[in-house]
Design a protein around this ligand. Structure first.
Ligand SMILES: Cc1ncc(COP(=O)(O)O)c(C=O)c1O
Length: 449
């Protein structure tokens, strides 16, 4: 076998290795080689002298990071940007509970309760309702990687950054994305969607319900029927809206949806709840090629989440962030206790109060058409001559309040203010408005903090 690999050259290496029992042989060029001294190692594979040198401070061990000697510093801030939002004390407490194993019965019960809570939040009876261990982006990857195969056509509504991101992702997966473009600040009409579907006949239509980069909400009523008419699956991104506005997955005939834990739901970032309807499950099960991701393969992950027959035992797929499950479970418990309709109403009222306050400051909203405005994330035009960065900096430094600038097509043009989860209250809205008023005055004076 030695001869098969390297012939005589390899044999000569072999003999020299024997001669230098404790030294390394380094191949140089094709046939020749040099050798260098290899340090002796102990039974754990560590150089024999190293640990005594470490103890005597003689070796090149990197110094311990100084910052880690001090206690962790997490100041109180009011998060009024497009997310994440602050979490309630109950959610905060839950995430600090002691860890238990991901295959323990108690964790399975928490996962089942999350599943039921997400079915309620999505308004669906879908069995394949579960949570991806990762941020909203991974929810996007999960729907696309499971539903698309190389060459599949996917029509994507692009009126901001998130639609663009989906195009990028679909390209990476080897699918054929087609952008159904709309001006930033406007939603797509049913007619425009139907024209796209009839022209391209895609396998999947992807729409962003809550385009948080522009503050636009995409109306979804009637889109599911169009998708059935053109034999296409409807996928919706609800990362910045779910819980804050009415949403009915089953009634609106949506085939796959995902969201993020850190927005209206009010849990820490790092989880992406997701749901697949029967048509989407069928499409995944009848794929010609395997799903191009291990972590996101729904055929397997749904077993750990026991999304099918309860008599089929759960099988380990990966180790999920169990502490985040505690937090999400409690956030969903709060949502359930308050009642979805009341949470929608609270967000609508907070948004209306914010919009009225914006107008009374003499500012203008970026989204012209009132019915296109996303209640959870509001985009406000930066007034002429104002340095938007100064305003944002003022709010953070003077009030510890976060608001955001634009993103994607709105960079430099807007401020983005979110009323999400437990921050969708009149008191928080008034605080951000007061701070914004001061921030604008400060920026007008071109002051330095
Ligand atoms: C509509 C939308 N989709 C996707 C994402 C990505 O979520 P994440 O930052 O959790 O990956 C966001 C984040 O703001 C979003 O608003």
């Amino acid at each position: 076998m030695l001869r098969n690999i390297c012939g005589t050259a390899y044999r000569s290496i072999f003999y020299q290795r024997k001669a230098y029992a404790n030294s390394s042989a380094v191949l140089v060029g094709k046939l020749g080689f040099a050798h260098s001294t290899q340090p002796a190692v102990d039974s754990q594979g560590i150089e024999t002298n190293r640990m005594s040198q470490v103890a005597n401070g003689q070796t090149g061990l990197l110094p311990p990071p100084k910052g880690l000697v001090a206690p962790i510093n997490v100041p109180q801030k009011l998060l009024m940007g497009p997310g994440p939002t602050n979490v309630s004390p109950r959610v905060q407490q839950a995430s600090g509970l002691q860890l238990i194993g991901h295959m323990h019965a108690e964790t399975f019960q928490i996962m089942d309760e999350i599943k039921a809570g997400m079915q309620y939040a999505f308004q669906t009876k879908n069995q394949w309702t579960l949570v991806i261990s990762g941020p909203g982006h991974l929810g996007m990857e999960a729907v696309l990687v499971n539903l698309l195969e190389p060459g599949d056509k996917v029509l994507i509504g692009v009126n901001g950054l998130w639609g663009k991101r989906a195009v990028d992702l679909a390209n990476r997966l080897g699918a054929s994305p087609l952008a159904l473009e709309q001006e930033a600040g406007k939603s797509l009409s049913l007619d425009e969607i139907e024209q796209g579907l009839s022209k391209h006949k895609p396998k999947v239509l992807f729409l962003v319900h809550s385009e948080s980069s522009t503050g636009v909400m995409q109306p979804l009523v009637g889109v599911g029927d169009l998708c059935r008419k053109y034999d296409c699956l409807l996928v919706v991104d609800t990362v910045a809206s779910l819980g804050g506005v009415p949403f009915f997955m089953d009634d609106w005939k949506i085939d796959a949806v995902y969201t993020g834990s850190q927005k209206v739901i009010g849990a820490p970032p790092g989880l992406a709840p997701i749901s697949f309807g029967p048509r989407a499950v069928e499409a995944i099960k009848s794929r010609k090629s395997p799903v191009k991701s291990y972590l996101l393969n729904m055929n397997e992950l749904t077993i750990q989440w026991q999304c099918g027959d309860p008599s089929i035992p759960r099988i380990y797929h990966h180790t999920p962030p169990v502490n985040l499950f505690y937090a999400l479970r409690e956030a969903l418990a709060e949502l359930t206790e308050e009642g979805l309709e009341n949470v929608w109403k609270r967000h609508a009222e907070a948004s209306a109060r914010l919009h009225a306050g914006i107008r009374s400051l003499g500012l203008k909203l970026f989204v012209q058409n009132e019915s296109d405005r996303l209640p959870t994330v509001t985009t406000i035009l930066v007034p002429e001559g104002i340095d938007w960065k100064k305003v944002i900096q003022y709010l953070m430094e003077k009030h510890k309040i976060e608001i955001a600038g634009g993103l994607g097509p709105t960079v430099g043009k807007v401020f983005r203010i979110g009323v999400l989860g437990c921050n969708a209250t009149p008191e928080k809205v008034d605080r951000v408005l007061q701070a914004l008023k001061e921030g604008l005055e400060f920026a007008k004076l071109q002051g330095h903090l």
